[in-house]
Write a protein that binds this ligand. Sequence first.
Ligand SMILES: *[C@@H]1O[C@H](CO)[C@@H](O)[C@H](O)[C@H]1NC(C)=O
Length: 333
Amino acid sequence: MAEQSHLVEPQIENQFGYSSVCMMRRKMCWLLTVVLVAHLGVPLTGAWRAAQPRLQFTHSELIQNGRLLTLPLEAGDLHSLLPDEDRRRLYVGMKDNLLSTSLDDITQNPRKLFWPASPDRVQECLMAGKDSELECANFLRVLHPFNQTHLYVCGTGAFNPRCAFIATSIFHQAEYQTLSYGQTECGKGKCPYDPFQKTASAVVDGELYAGITSDFMSRDSAFFRSLGSRHVIRTEQYDSTWLQDAQFVRVAPLSETDNPEDDKVYMFFTERAQEAEGAAGKVLYSRVARVCKNDIGGQRSLVNKWSTFQKARMVCSVPGPDGLQTHFDQLRK
Ligand SMILES: *[C@@H]1O[C@H](CO)[C@@H](O)[C@H](O)[C@H]1NC(C)=O
């Protein structure tokens, strides 16, 4: 059986376009340009009409309206953006750098915190045959406001994930700063090893809920809760009835009633659906999973595992007697 599935694997990967996605990324130019539309103040002219919702906004319209601001960045891999509306800042998680810039004009006064992977880990990563530009660096993949004064940020650290609380005040101090390894903590269970893995996370009441692959080989896709005072809990490891090859899209807290004991956290993802697989091979489904925020894991069984984890396939259907069921099997961010 095991041999059979190995034979099937390469064809299927092509079928779902995994390899072509990777190829595209490899070809990506690393000089990225951050573009931000300053949307407040002066109304836009031209095609803009308030009565009609805008579904598209073209690059040339931006230029015409003089609303295009660019900030050329050498560090590339623009992955997470975090706007702070109150303080009018925009944080950008990049490769080896956390950028802080003005939300109103990104060209004004950008500040950089240089946060490289440790040189030992970079060496080990290279020895393992990984790519120096695209893998063996610190790709910031988790970026959240933690409290009034701090962000919580994690990076892949050249396949050795690390996290840090970062005081937003440090960006006032100097234009360029460096975060040393000693100022970071272990990021296992919080951030993927591999920067190509799709990840989703949220900080809810001082705890980090993270859908990640939490091992070097990216085989262990899991949903974790960590940080804060409660012990870490997660989904069962390598159990396809919990999660299998999940690609995480979004984590969202939801209060269903006035009672905080009823609060839930939802996670949206795409995963391999073994129950639906037949001769044709691998099948992907979009799903939503739910856990209770007050879950502390089981007592005798499911120790340090979610005891409230449930998941369902996402089905979007057209109502009515001959309504169609449309399945969006690949959720994207
Ligand atoms: C925010 O969290 C950090 C890290 O735990 C802590 O050092 C800091 O005192 C907190 N700030 C506030 C305002 O609670």
